[in-house]
Each structure stands twice: as C-alpha cells, then as structure tokens.
Design a protein. Sequence first.
Lengths: 307, 260
Amino acid sequence: MHNRLQTKFSGVTVDSPLVLPAGVMGMSYSGMSYSAVHGAGVITSKSLTLQPRTGHKGPVMAGFEGGFLNCMGLCNPGIQDGLREVNDFKERSDTPVIVSVFATNMDDFLQLTHHVNESAGDFLELNLSCPNVFDEFGIPLAASAEEVGRIVGAVKGISKKPVIAKLSPNVYDIVSIACAAQDAGADGLCMINTVGPGMLIDTKMVKPVLHNKFGGLSGPCIKPIALKLVYQTSSAIDIPILGMGGVTYGNDAVEMWMAGAQIIGVGTAIYYRGIEVFNMINQEILAYLDEMGYETINDIPRLEPIL
Amino acid sequence: MDKRVTLKIARITRETELINTYTFKHNLGARPGQFIMLTDFEGGEKPFSIADCHADEFSITVKKVGEFTTRLFEKQEGDFLSIRGPYGSSFFISNQKVLLVGGGYGTPPLYYLARTLLDVGADVTVVNGARTKEDLVFCDRFRHLGVRYQSITQDGSLGQEGTSVDLARNLLKSEHFDFVYAAGPEMMMKALMSELADYEYEFLFERYMKCAIGICGNCTVDPIGIRLCVEGPVMPKKYVVQLTEFGRYHRDATGKRIEF
Ligand SMILES: Cc1cc2nc3c(=O)[nH]c(=O)nc-3n(C[C@H](O)[C@H](O)[C@H](O)COP(=O)(O)OP(=O)(O)OC[C@H]3O[C@@H](n4cnc5c(N)ncnc54)[C@H](O)[C@@H]3O)c2cc1C
Ligand SMILES: Cc1cc2nc3c(=O)[nH]c(=O)nc-3n(C[C@H](O)[C@H](O)[C@H](O)COP(=O)(O)O)c2cc1C
Ligand code: FES
C-alpha cells in the first residue's frame, strides 16, 4: 500500500512528516540513524559552528512541570567534524537531512554555507535564534527583520541547498521577520526555537539551577505559543513551515498541521515517550486519518488563515 | 517529571588519597549499575555510579581527576550537593555462578551489584585490579560481604603483578561461570571481551554525558546510536559486540571523536 504519511517539503519527498529538530540526538551519525529507524522522516544535525564548542558548563538541562529549560550553549564538534557525521549518516540512509548552522555574522554564515554545499546534506538551516548564548553574542539575529533578510539573501546567493531560516518566538512581531526571510529568498521557515529564556532556582543552595542561569523552554508548555506563531506566520507567507514546539502526541502534530506546518518537529517529547515517539506519533496520525476518513496526511485541512 | 533533590552530605569516607565515598540520606531507589548526575552549582554536573543503595541512604565513590571532582574533595560533611536520577539501565540479576571483574574506580558499582546478587542466592566471585595499592578500593568491603575475592595491582605492590583481566582469565580457564559482569577502564573491558566469546556478560560503559535523559545525543555510541544514559550505561553482550567504537574512540564535550 502507498505511504499515507508521505508529504513534500520544499520539493523534497519525505516518508513521514516528523522531523528530528536541531540539537536533539543529532550529534553523531549513529544518533541520527537511531532516530530515523524509529520513524523520524527528516533528520536535523546539531547546529554547527566554524570552530568546535564545548558549550556551557552543567547543569545544562533542567526539568519542571511543563517541560524543560536548556542552555546547552551550542556545543558541537565544528562544521568539518559535524559534516562528517552527516555524510556518514547519508552513506547509510536515504532519509533527508537538514544541516543546521549557527553564526553571528555574515562572513561566518557564508563560510559555513560553502562547507554545507560540499556535504551530503539536503537542506541548509540557518539558526538565527539560539537564546542561550546571549552573554557571548547578544541579541539573536532573528530579532531583526533587516538582519534576517540580509543574511538569508546573501546565503541564498551561494547556497546549493534549499535554505530554511529558523526563527525565534521571543520577538515582538514574528510575521514581519518571516516576511523578510521569504522576501530574501528563503525556501522554508523553521519555527519555533526555544521560548523565554526562563530560569529555575535551587532553594537549599540559593543558586540558579542552570549554570548559565537562564535557558530556553521546550516541551508541552510551549505548544500553544508555537501553534499561535505558526498559524499567524502561515497566514502571511507562501513558503512552507517546519513547525515545532511541544509536539508530543499525534493530536499535537495534527494541530501543528492545521496551524499551517508542512512538516513537524518532535524534540523534547523523546524524554516523555522514549525514542519510539516518532513511530508512536506516526501511528496516531494514521489512526486520526482513519477516524476522520482522510486518505493521506495531505487531506487534513488547514485552519482558515487570518486575513 | 525529571526530579532534582538537594541533599546534605551525610558522610565522607576516605578510600585512598584520590578516592572518596560520599553517602547521602535519601531513598534513591536505584538498581545496581544505574547512575546519578551530581552538581555543586559552581559549574559542572557529572555522572557517578551508585556504589551502594539502601532504603534510607545511598553512596557514590569518586576519583579526583579534574576540576569538578577536585572541588568535591573540598566539601565537608553537612555541605549540600544536588542530584538528579537515578538514570540508565541496570545489571541483570543472576542467581547462578557469576564473576565480577572490576578495575580502578570502576569497581564500586560492582559492590552494590555483588550485595544484590548475594541476596538472591548467587555464587559470587569478585576480581579487583588497579594500577597501584593506593588505587585499589573496596577490598575490605568485599571481604566482609562474604564473596570469593581476589585483588591484583599492575605494579605488584600487593604481591601479584597484573590486571583483573589476568585474574579473570585464570578463573575462566579452570571453572565455569554462568554470567560475567565488568566495570572499569574501557581498554580493560576490551581485553576481557576477547576472553568471553562463549560467555554471557554485561559491561558498564562511560561516555561524556550532558542531559542524561536521552535528548542531547552526546552519549550515543556508534554505529547503532543507542544512548548510554538511557539504554546504557550497562550494556549486554548483544549490544557490546556491535559497537564499532568500543575500545577505539569516544566523543568529548564538543561531540568530536577522540581515540583511546
Ligand atoms: C555512567 C558513568 C558513571 C561514572 N561513574 C563514576 C564513578 O562512580 N566514580 C567516578 O569517580 N567517576 C565516575 N564517572 C566519571 C566521572 O563522571 C568523571 O570522572 C568526572 O565527570 C570528571 O569530572 P572533572 O571535572 O573532575 O574532570 P575533567 O577534567 O572535566 O575530566 C576528566 C575526564 O572525566 C570524563 N568526564 C568529564 N566530564 C564528564 C561528563 N560530563 N560525562 C562523562 N565523563 C566525563 C572525561 O573522560 C574526561 O576526560 C562516571 C562516568 C559515567 C559516564
Ligand atoms: C537539548 C536541546 C538542544 C537544542 N539545540 C538546538 C540547536 O542547536 N539549534 C537549534 O536551532 N535549536 C535547538 N534546540 C531547539 C529545538 O530544535 C526546538 O526548536 C525546540 O526544542 C522546540 O521543540 P520541542 O518542544 O519539540 O523540543 C534545542 C532544544 C533542546 C531541548
Ligand atoms: S547525555 Fe544527553 S542523550 Fe545521553
């Protein structure tokens, strides 16, 4: 039988709409494989920088009732070793890979793009929105429509891969930033990165729990924010959206689709439901299709856009 | 929810000049082989194996090797430390004739295992090795437990010169064991593995850990990608034989491959 979960993202066919997002399990080729064999239809690498980074000192992750805070601090082996992991994965799998890269200036983004051009990756994702390196780099680029447009435009000029801009939810007007990315030629948007940042405090030792003090929120508590921002943005643009933020169950994924996402990230949910979460959500979407009498995922309706 | 508790150090036991045991009054509910993440909120949160665990207290045994563990050695009884866990897989509990092979600070988690195995009626032999007499831990504790026990050092400071793998090899030549367990330096376990083709076994592995809850991907092992913090740190033979990185390389805090 044909695959009822198959869909397309920016011209690339995917066997499941579920995406392993940047920074989750994507450090090694084997971590990518492990996620793919458990049902992820697209794999994103860890955000790679020109030079290796050890990231922040621990604790780098802290749980609370609604989800998690993290301040990994963009730990990664650097673009060369990171792309070796991507290439090693692509040697073993047909699953599309999004290569996520992080930089703070135009020059570095262009250098990273040249590296990714020579890799087996299928997409280039610009992480313009990491909230956890504020002390080092200041306000994320994704806070400024002008900066986003400038960088996306320049990268598009040289990239051999479709370009996705990853946006921050922590801005006043995400729609104008999304429009700037689209106008500069972005092939898709990824949203949302972690929310906040926020903090937790240890009351016995009178210390912030995270060593970096602050960290971005992920998991179930951010889903309503993600849905709202994806919905607002999809109403205003024509390029496809990789939607994420708190998706844990099949119904969350369907909500994300209805809000306007074309493919859907599942990150923190791996903690709540295990690595099997991808196959579980795939099954839950299929059950929803059966219940509602839809043939394939592409038949699921979208919300009426905001006019 | 991923739960953190902040606890007073109830007791600090000096094992050797470089190895301390820290005991906390807390019902951790850990199984042998599992670990906790420990922090002092001064920068660094690190994994440590459970060396022993009762309903009202548990302990970890720490070797001073770097910045974080050096700070731990400055702590006093009554000081607070914060933990989360227990995490990870645990050892299979056999009630047959078993051999436990420990090396250096890898040995302490085998103590909690040995105690648990004795409780279910297993016939337990422990071999314990270290570089020098000063690095060898838990000798008295194993002897008091009532297991068959042998130890050895690489410099011969206890008489016999060699490693715990040498002791294990001799025993395996003359006796049958139903199950073998090992914890210690990776190259020790690699050497042991070649003696164990005909045996069922489990090894306790170490890899760089950050989240400890199976999300960040720093502790995945090639080529299958299982996470040492969730599917490990205790790995059964069926996984160990598949690991192409075993005894060859591991990944550091950046994710870069580092050769042993
Ligand atoms: C599952 C597991 C169980 C462990 N159990 C024990 C134990 O019972 N007793 C004990 O003394 N040690 C144990 N370790 C090792 C212990 O975590 C390291 O010795 C400690 O983190 C060193 O920190 P440091 O700052 O003092 O040294 P550093 O100078 O930072 O590092 C020294 C070495 O320790 C290792 N290390 C450092 N940080 C980490 C990390 N976040 N995760 C894993 N390894 C790291 C690296 O191999 C490094 O080369 C265990 C490790 C793992 C993965
Ligand atoms: C541990 C962790 C590390 C992350 N690292 C990155 C990263 O390197 N680059 C990035 O763009 N997003 C990163 N993110 C954000 C995720 O890609 C995703 O946008 C966010 O977690 C929301 O999805 P979720 O609720 O399904 O986890 C990270 C998230 C987590 C939890
Ligand atoms: S330490 Fe993060 S996945 Fe194991």
